[in-house]
Design a protein around this ligand. Structure first.
Ligand SMILES: CC(C)(COP(=O)(O)OP(=O)(O)OC[C@H]1O[C@@H](n2cnc3c(N)ncnc32)[C@H](O)[C@@H]1OP(=O)(O)O)[C@@H](O)C(=O)NCCC(=O)NCCS
Length: 179
């Protein structure tokens, strides 16, 4: 299930392990925040479609600015910006946001949590997501993570499939009910 403006393009013949992904990936900088906020909000609105308990707040725009600013100042966070190439050169077309968290009771003691991964629909199914995942995993490992996890709505089957294909399996789940 995807939002109407979230339709994926047809499968590209390009193999997902292709090193020539149609983006340029780099660490995000504070100047990127205005371009990253709409991508984050698109992802959160997509999440809202999966579950009413993920309803997006009215002030989500300001929150996204604040959260990204905090992440960019936090050495335990990783935010990578994907820029397009060709006509989309210098345009941010994707983002991955992650943080290293301590696991007080388990080993490995530090976990790299992928909180958000989002690509504009035109850039999907060409191996870019896999490339983002590989690069964010490397960055999280460099910050001490011994395991990488991903958070996404339980109903997001595309995300489930995307991660399962890369060796991820569910280890815990969050169950919710309204109060
Ligand atoms: C998740 C996302 C980043 C994956 O990026 P991507 O570049 O499309 O992924 P890749 O091309 O590297 O890998 C494609 C694989 O992902 C899964 N996948 C991606 N889109 C899919 C779709 N529409 N239907 C089924 N599986 C899909 C499949 O396993 C696919 O492998 P296949 O092409 O061999 O079937 C991208 O689809 C996206 O931005 N989605 C919207 C946001 C989102 O749901 N984020 C995850 C939750 S936080």
């Amino acid at each position: 299930m995807t939002a109407s403006n979230e339709t994926n393009p047809p499968v590209s013949p390009a193999p997902s392990e292709s090193p020539s992904v149609p983006i340029h990936l780099r660490p995000a900088r504070p100047a990127d925040i205005p371009a990253l906020v709409p991508l984050l909000l698109r992802l959160k609105r997509l999440n809202e479609e999966f579950d009413p308990l993920l309803k997006v707040r009215d002030d989500a725009d300001e929150q996204a600015h604040a959260v990204l600013a905090a992440n960019l100042a936090d050495p335990k966070s990783v935010v990578l910006a994907a820029e397009g190439i060709g006509a989309d050169r210098d345009k941010v077309v994707g983002v991955v946001r992650a943080v290293v968290r301590e696991r007080p009771f388990y080993v490995p003691e530090h976990e790299g949590v992928i909180l958000d991964i989002y690509l504009l629909p035109l850039y999907r199914r060409r191996g870019v997501g896999e490339y983002l995942l590989r690069e964010v995993s490397t960055a999280l490992k460099a910050k001490g993570a011994g395991v990488v996890t991903a958070e996404f709505p339980a109903q997001n089957e595309i995300a489930s499939r995307f991660y399962a294909k890369r060796g991820f399996r569910p280890i815990t789940s969050i169950h919710a009910r309204s109060l």
